[in-house]
Design a protein around this ligand. Structure first.
Ligand code: ZN
Length: 290
């Protein structure tokens, strides 16, 4: 179970109508929405991994500490929520290091996991994996093995794997969940797909992706996805509004159903379980993406 802790105005789908220099003046809803998720997880006795955006951590240090005190795993969602393939390696390195240090200072323990804004580690930005390893990250969950207009590395592995970065470092990679249906690869990891598909279809695909319980799935959601009261941007494109606003009012109750239909844990705990179940898998097997 993973949550990308960011506000409704950070989202790439609304980037055409909200500039980063306006973020500080907009009414923030991330703290209360994240606390609502926290309460939900407590009721279901679920520990999750929270990928916290540096911009949010800087403004809400108490929130990050509260998540850590609740037994949840803290990981990084970078600092500025810009698409990595539009950044220079220098800017990416500087702000990712800053975001990591910020979280480590708040929770007083090393932060080892990373997820890119909008899954923007693609074939154009594989260099970012070297920088992540050099900054001390040991695992990543930024690669979606699908075709999409903004992200994805089609054909990359669909179960957790050891990735060899272009410069020869190692990272453990946790791909976002996909399922095959009639030979077509369908994203079944959460977010907009979770809100737009009818729940029984999502549940079917999510279950199918586990290959009869043999591999762990990666689910993700954002705090704003359970907030139908957030400000609406009617000047965004029709497609962006569809992606962002569909079924916000149904999302929390669907999440409750999902939490009772499947067993969830943090990324690190789920991986430990997976390794225990897969003793025959060779730890030396590495995947090089190109
Ligand atoms: Zn994000």
């Amino acid at each position: 179970m993973s949550i990308d802790v960011e506000d409704y105005f950070h989202v790439a789908a609304l980037a055409q109508v909200i500039r980063p220099d306006q973020w500080g003046d907009l009414p923030s809803r991330v703290e209360r929405n994240t606390e609502q998720l926290l309460a939900l997880f407590e009721r279901h006795n679920v520990r999750a991994t929270f990928f916290v955006l540096g911009w949010v951590a800087e403004r809400y240090p108490g929130l990050v500490r509260k998540l850590a005190q609740g037994g949840h795993e803290i990981a990084s969602h970078g600092y500025s929520h810009q698409l990595i393939y539009n950044q220079t390696p220098e800017v990416f390195r500087e702000e990712t290091q800053r975001a990591k240090a910020l979280l480590e200072d708040q929770v007083q323990r090393p932060v080892r996991g990373y997820r890119a804004a909008s899954y923007s580690i693609t074939r154009q930005s594989l260099w970012a994996l070297d920088i992540l390893a050099e900054l001390g990250f040991t695992w990543d969950s930024s690669i979606f093995p699908i075709h999409h207009d903004r992200y994805g590395i089609p054909g990359s592995p669909t179960a957790p794997y050891t990735l060899e970065t272009p410069a020869g470092h190692q990272l453990q990679e946790f791909p976002l969940t996909t399922a095959k249906l009639f030979g077509v690869t369908i994203p079944a990891a959460g977010g907009g797909y979770f809100r737009q598909f009818p729940y029984p279809l999502f549940r079917f695909l999510f279950h199918r992706a586990s290959d009869h319980g043999r591999k762990p799935q990666m689910f993700y959601l954002h705090p704003w996805e359970i907030d139908p009261g957030q400000p609406r941007y009617n000047n965004a494109s029709w497609f962006s509004r569809f992606r962002h606003y569909t079924n916000l009012d149904k999302c929390e109750s669907r999440l409750e159903r999902l939490l009772t239909d499947f067993r969830f844990g943090t990324v690190s705990d789920s991986y430990t379980d997976y390794q225990r179940q897969q003793p025959e898998a060779s730890p030396d097997q590495r995947v090089r993406l190109a």
